[in-house]
Write a new protein. Sequence first.
Length: 53
Amino acid sequence: MNGIQRDGRSPLQVREEYLTTELDDTLTAWGSEYQVEPILRAQNLPKTWSSTA
């Protein structure tokens, strides 16, 4: 998954902002094992998303 979202951030940039390095590494390994994107796992991924802190 390498699309750019409406606010100009890629999924990787969103992961860097919201996940710890340890969690990101763990999810990346899981995604590699199962050949899927570990955060947005649905087959029909949303075109945009937002979050509040």
